[in-house]
Design a protein around this ligand. Structure first.
Ligand code: FDA
Length: 311
């Protein structure tokens, strides 16, 4: 119950332009760096350095140039070009060839056809540079369009891309069955958005149970499964399923977000599991940051404390 309220509250705040202006002014500034716990920085240099540091600790990375819900084709084109430029910079910088993108950043809400073209531009570069491109999953109105775009690129034989499913949604188990049968690569998450009871589980326990069922199906029948969670119970269950079914450790990976549960991250690495860290960066960090606050109200206290400490 508290989870739903907290998610809803922070999603409302995420839409506040005034708050976004205020946060952008103070959140990433050196003297009040509360956003830096979750975001690698605003510049490409900062992001590449953060990836190298994470990789130096024995983990893999996927880099996300933050941005979403663009309102024009010019912005979608600019985001596409920014990703293309970033990809060219990553290999020489010694950073894993793996990025995460949001389709509303590439024009999904503006023109579906152009969005597909933009994804294709990125996938052509991915082919040439040997990259993997994960298409993040956004809120419910974007789910079917995102899967439709994924189907189009899949039919066009692009195999350098994978998608994300959210266990919070009633539909996701069916979606997983279909994607597993196709041989598509899926990242499984619980879901970061506040959704209505008509489409999503209202109780966290139900989201967790669905996660557990989907995780089993993904590990047993999926292609390069990505188990993306910081939940120690889910992590333990994944390890158990893998060991019971003799699934080698290089056949799946855990994924976690930059700055979250570093203790669990370190212990997985120590035990020899593959772990990929999602490293977000860029000037458009506010909505991502608000989702992280919504997941754990204690984070809001952390922000408040760091603001007070600067006074
Ligand atoms: P749960 O919420 O049960 O948390 C388990 C534990 O993790 C908590 O008890 C706490 O210790 C820690 N924790 C979780 N969130 C925290 C936070 N914000 N701050 C501090 N500690 C925290 N979602 C989505 O809708 N679309 C997407 O494309 C993605 N992509 C994605 C990639 C990767 C690599 C990850 C790890 C997650 C996502 N997500 C996502 C986010 C996901 O849906 C979910 O909101 C968060 O991962 C939190 O859920 P957990 O599975 O960690 O479990």
């Amino acid at each position: 119950m508290l989870d739903a309220v907290s998610k809803g509250f922070f999603h409302v705040l995420a839409r506040s332009r005034a708050l976004k202006r205020l946060a952008s002014r103070y959140g990433m500034a050196k003297h009040a760096s509360f956003a830096r716990r979750f975001i690698a920085g605003e510049t490409t240099d900062e992001a590449l350095a953060a990836c190298r540091s994470v990789q130096g600790q024995g983990m893999l990375t996927t880099l996300d140039l933050l941005g979403e819900s663009v309102g024009s084709l010019a912005e979608a084109d600019a985001a596409t070009r920014a990703y293309l430029q970033l990809m060219e910079q990553m290999a020489p910088a010694g950073v894993d060839p793996n990025i995460s993108v949001k389709l509303t950043q590439l024009g999904l809400d503006v023109d579906r056809g152009i969005c597909v073209d933009n994804v294709r531009r990125i996938l052509e570069a991915a082919k040439r540079l040997d990259f993997f491109v994960r298409i993040d999953m956004e809120n419910v109105p974007c789910v079917q369009p995102t899967l439709d775009v994924f189907d189009v690129i899949w039919q066009q034989q692009y195999r350098e891309a994978g998608v994300v499913l959210q266990s919070a949604l009633h539909r996701s188990e069916k979606d997983l069955e279909r994607l597993n049968a196709m041989g598509a690569r899926v990242r499984l998450v619980k879901g970061a958005y506040k959704e209505s009871r008509s489409v999503a589980y209202a109780k966290k326990a139900d989201v967790d149970r669905a996660y557990s069922r989907m995780m089993r199906a993904l590990l047993l029948h999926g292609t390069c499964p990505a188990i993306a969670t910081h939940d120690p119970a889910m992590v333990a269950e994944a390890k158990q399923i893998a060991s019971e079914h003799n699934i080698p450790r290089d056949r799946f990976e855990f994924q976690m977000l930059f700055g979250i549960r570093r203790d669990l991250q370190a212990s997985l690495v120590k035990e020899g599991y593959r772990l990929r860290i999602y490293v977000p960066y860029g000037r458009e960090w506010f909505p991502y940051f608000m989702r992280r606050l919504g997941e754990r109200p204690a984070n809001a206290l952390f922000v408040a404390r760091s603001l007070m400490a600067e006074r």
